[in-house]
Design a protein around this ligand. Structure first.
Ligand SMILES: NC(=O)c1ccc[n+]([C@@H]2O[C@H](COP(=O)([O-])OP(=O)(O)OC[C@H]3O[C@@H](n4cnc5c(N)ncnc54)[C@H](OP(=O)(O)O)[C@@H]3O)[C@@H](O)[C@H]2O)c1
Length: 254
């Protein structure tokens, strides 16, 4: 991770779960991390707790479903830090929204955050790298095992799975486009299975019983387990592009 010391990483959805863990680890590795979310108090608290670490954490409020807010965030990063070297597209969500009874509004919001927000941030990050002549940047897309298989008894997340299947296509598409540019910018997807974060609690709108049922009997992964995969991809030699990491709880059958 030495090459990333002093470089700038944007982590979307840094107020909870994977994003919080990733932001913390990157600061410990000496990066200047910008963490964004709609609720930035937790990022500010994390930033305070990291005073004295090798790197820094700055919170920016940004709703990834709103393009004007994304543009404003990239402008602020340009002004304060020069630009983005690593973009971790982590913000994402699912509603309990089956294909036969979910609302259009729920589906549209998942598309806006999980797909469009991720595309806009990736485009703006590559633009930022190009205008500064950064040839070794890294785009990370937080996908899911739900982008690789459809769990038959989990109708509440079928639309969510579709957004993550989109991320699978976008990973390959982005890789092709940066390759065509003759750039060494790398693109990596991370595809975790079940991990303990706020994700299922939000999915079931804080119905703790339903959220806990989702984990079943298997020991879920932690956010830190997923962060390990991000660090692996970022620290691979420059000529090695880790394309997609599928990481699942050992005990989980699906
Ligand atoms: N947990 C799992 O089992 C699992 C498995 C596979 C993949 N994933 C994926 O991993 C990513 C992170 O999930 P997680 O488990 O860490 O979930 P989480 O604990 O619920 O955290 C989600 C993060 O995304 C942010 N976010 C949500 N909507 C946003 C928006 N409109 N604008 C900006 N930020 C937004 C949240 O911040 P605010 O609410 O403050 O905005 C929060 O920081 C997601 O893409 C998810 O699909 C999760």
């Amino acid at each position: 991770m030495e090459k990333w010391i002093g470089r700038v990483a944007l982590v979307t959805g840094a107020s909870a779960g994977f994003g919080e863990s990733i932001a913390k680890r990157l600061v410990e590795h000496g990066m200047k991390v910008v963490g964004c979310a709609r609720n930035i108090e937790k990022i500010q608290t994390l930033s305070e707790s990291l005073k004295g670490a090798k790197g820094t954490l700055t919170a920016i409020q940004c709703d990834i479903s709103k393009e004007d807010q994304i543009s404003a965030m990239f402008e602020k990063i340009k002004k304060d830090f020069g630009g983005v070297d690593v973009c971790i597209n982590n913000a994402g969500l699912s509603y309990n929204a089956p294909l036969l009874s979910g609302t259009t509004e729920q589906w549209r919001h998942m598309l806006d955050v999980n797909v469009l927000g991720l595309c806009i941030c990736s485009r703006e990050a590559v633009k930022s790298m190009k205008e500064r002549g950064v040839d070794d940047g890294h785009i990370i897309l937080m996908s899911s095992m739900s982008g690789h298989r459809v769990v038959p008894n989990a109708s509440h997340i079928h639309f969510y799975a579709a957004t993550k299947y989109a991320v699978k296509a976008l990973t390959e598409g982005l890789r092709n486009e940066v390759c065509e540019m003759k750039s060494h910018i790398r693109v990596t997807a991370i595809s975790p299975g079940m991990a303990r974060t706020e994700f299922t609690h939000r999915l079931f709108a804080d119905d703790i019983r339903k959220a806990e049922l989702e984990y079943g009997d298997c020991k879920a992964m932690t956010a830190d387990d997923v962060t390990d995969s991000v660090i692996y991809a970022l620290s691979a030699p420059t000529h090695v592009q880790v394309h997609d990491i599928l990481i699942r709880p050992t005990e989980c059958p699906y």
